[in-house]
Ligand binder design. Structure first.
Ligand code: ZN
Ligand code: ZN
Length: 592
């Protein structure tokens, strides 16, 4: 879903923040000291968001706020000082609000803002990824958003692009001054992604401007600046390639961030009651439990699928042979999109019949083929309207398998076989991401929509998979459960892998074995995941941590409600708090 794209942008935006005019906003808040704490909190949040967008125009435009589209922040020391000044000024304003007098919703909003301030400061002063992750520097994303957006007439957007282009050269100069002792992995990624960036400044873009209503002078400038941007990026790629060669020859910084930074990042990003270590221990236990369940199911299914063949003695072989056999059942490649389209109403009917969650009939989900500019890789994702555009459609983007070879399509379809495709639709659509986002958009809090907790969002989608099966979706078919467990084991293993890489220093061989021998993954899938784990930290744990926290909350809630417990009441209340960290929802649901 969109959130992933956004969080990448956030990382860039936080590292590169612009001048703000927040000096005059404190007065506005002070002037209303007479009003209630609740109103004060509202005012504070409103000025906070406006000041943040001035500081980070690229983050703003990714969030659907387009006032500062023409500005590209130069990621230099000055911009980092401005970020720290912003953090200090906002903390001072926050300290003047008496949080004990606030509604639950406003208190959570302020806690999310505090966390965001802590996170920004930590990023600049402690984590310093602006030094060692060259991949943070790439101008393409913001430009592509403005060029492809449909929120304003073409000429207006091209004018923004025209002004924005004037900063590209300074941007990359600052990037080269920042980069110091980088990892090889983030350097390689920077090369690859900046090569991709050249595609945004294409002849087509120049042609688009020439055909537009821009003035003659603007058209000439446009062409000149796009060509200059290409030259700048090409020069930057050359510089990166020399850097890469040097790192390959002389060694580079380890991509593992080590235990201390990992614990800190986990606390800031996940916002769970658990520490990283506690979550890791739960994942290790869950893995054993899931494997035992899979073994039981495999024994049950074996005679049906291998009537004349002796069962392997080895658990690993027993389960993986069954998975392979079952994976052969999948939709035809040309039916991939239509089959998904067909499943959504079936999932909705199940949720309604079983009384699981109140679904909003006013906001239908539109299943569509992924628009071409969004097609990076095959797959399915949700595009939800941002908080500035709540009335827009929610799309379920499904990429047809047109561009795959026979072999690639077959492998992909086996992965997303008959059973896994259903679990995927639960996760992405109903009652997973789509249903959660409809609820989140009903909440009037802009803060929760903009700075929602990723672990809660992913955790809900993962939780909903299991919940649906437990409620009888698929009629307790053992094949569906076995495939579900394979999928769930992947989520659990992501947490174990991420933790062990950064805290236990495991090698690539150990990591691949964890995924292939330990979680029934194919080589290509495992290699891809390993690469992702070398480039990000903590993010891979968000799915499991959110899921674990929600599931544990439900267990405690159920015990507390006793005979009054209703799963629908639990879901409706849980979702009504918007995308808040589960630990705050827990407080609200258990302490009243
Ligand atoms: Zn096939
Ligand atoms: Zn998801």
């Amino acid at each position: 879903m969109n959130k992933k794209v956004i969080s990448a942008a956030v990382a860039i935006a936080l590292g590169s923040i612009t001048l703000t005019a927040c000096q005059h906003t404190p007065k506005a808040v002070e002037a209303v000291q007479q009003v209630s704490a609740e109103q004060q909190a509202q005012l504070f949040s409103t000025q906070f968001i406006e000041a943040l967008w001035q500081l980070s125009p690229t983050w703003a435009l990714y969030s659907g706020y387009h006032k500062y589209d023409d500005q590209l922040v130069i990621p230099n020391d000055l911009s980092r000082q401005k970020t720290l000044a912003f953090v200090a000024a906002q903390r001072k304003l926050l300290s003047k609000i008496d949080q004990s007098k606030l509604s639950d919703s406003s208190r959570i909003d302020l806690t999310l803002i505090e966390n965001l301030l802590d996170s920004s400061e930590w990023e600049v002063s402690t984590f310093k990824s602006w030094q060692w992750q060259p991949s943070q520097y790439n101008v393409a994303g913001g430009f592509a958003q403005v060029i492809n957006g449909d929120y304003a007439p073409l000429e207006q957007r091209l004018s923004s692009v025209l002004t924005r282009l004037t900063s590209v050269d300074d941007y990359y100069k600052a990037a080269r001054e920042n980069i110091s002792n980088p990892t090889l992995e983030h350097t390689k990624l920077a090369v690859m992604q900046n090569q991709g960036a050249l595609g945004v400044f294409s002849d087509d873009l120049i042609e688009q401007a020439q055909q537009s209503q821009l003035s003659h002078e603007q058209k000439a400038q446009f062409k000149e600046r796009v060509l200059a941007a290409r030259t700048t990026i090409t020069k930057h790629i050359d510089w990166l390639e020399k850097l890469q060669a040097d790192l390959e020859e002389n060694g580079a910084r380890d991509f593992r961030i080590g235990s201390e930074l990992y614990q800190q990042k986990f606390a800031l990003d996940i916002q769970s009651n658990l520490t990283a270590k506690q979550l890791y221990n739960k994942a290790v236990d869950d893995k054993q439990r899931v494997l035992a369940e899979m073994e039981t199911l495999a024994h049950k299914l074996w005679p049906t699928y291998f009537p004349n063949q002796a069962k392997p003695q080895n658990r690993q072989q027993l389960i993986s042979q069954l998975i392979e056999k079952l994976s052969v059942k999948h939709v035809k490649r040309e039916d991939f999109v239509s089959d998904i389209r067909q499943q959504i109403p079936e999932l909705e009917a199940f949720v309604n019949d079983k009384n699981l969650i109140t679904l909003d009939k006013e906001k239908p989900l539109v299943v569509r083929e992924t628009p071409s500019y969004m097609r990076g890789f095959a797959g399915a994702s949700i595009s939800a309207p941002g908080p500035y555009d709540k009335k827009a459609n929610t799309y379920y983007n499904v990429t047809p398998l047109d561009n795959m070879t026979e072999e690639q399509a077959e492998s992909y379809l086996r992965e997303y076989n008959h059973w896994v495709l259903q679990v995927l639709n639960i996760h992405e659509a109903v009652p997973g991401h789509y249903t959660q986002l409809v609820y989140a958009n009903m909440s009037p809090s802009l803060v929760k929509s903009l700075f929602g907790n990723g672990a809660m969002i992913e955790g809900w989608a993962v939780y909903s998979e299991r919940m649906m099966l437990e409620e009888g979706y698929g009629d307790f078919e053992p094949e569906l459960w076995l495939m579900y467990y394979k999928w769930n084991l992947r989520v659990i293993t992501n947490t174990i892998l991420d933790y062990e890489i950064h805290n236990k220093n495991i090698s690539k061989e150990q990591g691949l074995s964890l995924m292939m021998d330990g979680a029934f993954q194919q080589q290509a899938e495992a290699e891809g995941k390993w690469n992702r784990a070398t480039l990000s930290q903590v993010q891979l744990t968000s799915y499991y941590s959110g899921y674990r926290d929600i599931y544990d909350l439900r267990t405690d809630y159920k015990a507390k409600q006793g005979k009054d417990y209703s799963v629908k009441a639990f879901h409706d209340e849980f979702l009504s708090y918007g995308s808040s960290p589960v630990k705050y929802i827990r407080e609200l649901m258990l302490n009243k």
